[in-house]
Design a protein around this ligand. Sequence first.
Ligand SMILES: C[S@@+](CC[C@H](N)C(=O)[O-])C[C@H]1O[C@@H](n2cnc3c(N)ncnc32)[C@H](O)[C@@H]1O
Length: 227
Amino acid sequence: MDDDDAPDQALADFKTRNLGGWGVAQIAAGTGLAVYAMWVGIIQPGFRKVPLKLQVPYMPASKAQVNNVMTLLRGRKGGLVDLGSGDGRIVLEAHRQGFTPAIGYELNPWLVSLSRFHAWRAGHHEKVSYRREDLWKVDMTKCKNITVFLAPSVLSLLQQKLQAELPDDALVVAGRFPFTEWTPCRIEGHGVDRAWAYSMQALRQHTFDQNDNITVTDGDSELTKEN
Ligand SMILES: C[S@@+](CC[C@H](N)C(=O)[O-])C[C@H]1O[C@@H](n2cnc3c(N)ncnc32)[C@H](O)[C@@H]1O
């Protein structure tokens, strides 16, 4: 056989060869290992200290979702914080819409670098901030505009943190998944691109109204008036 024919012959051999059970098992194991390595090395690094039930995978917001989030923030001023900022698209758009400072908190170092690259490419790298921090450790007491796109499993826990720390004039906007125990003040969009806005003041007022049991003293007895 001519030397030039060797690659063609090898390819033909490969195509006709029967892999057999052992070959299939090797390919399956190799693929599984590659997927696992990608998950550990690229998609989920930085999450080792985060309990499994609080780990949320990366999935970027769609263009329509970003637009819906921004529509709900229209008329608001000041800073904005995106909790779990992914590749930084919400933060970048918020900066374009005039929010200053616009800050993203993200645990995955690859995504933090990617966000910085996107901001640099857009010429805004000095105006936005991407921090590699665990969102559960962020002090929210001075945040006025907050965006989240996180799994439903963590939203009820996050709700408690936000309710405890945010100022009254804060607005929370959730993309894709709502806070099921909160009543939104506005909703924008449809289907998977939908976004919900929650006013902290309205939520606290609502809770207050529900718990607003006034104790009235009537002679010797005490009456409780329930709203
Ligand atoms: C569904 S993605 C949303 C990305 C981005 N906000 C967007 O709308 O395109 C959720 C992001 O939250 C990040 N994340 C999850 N848990 C986190 C935590 N405890 N601290 C910081 N970031 C976290 C994930 O790495 C992921 O990038």
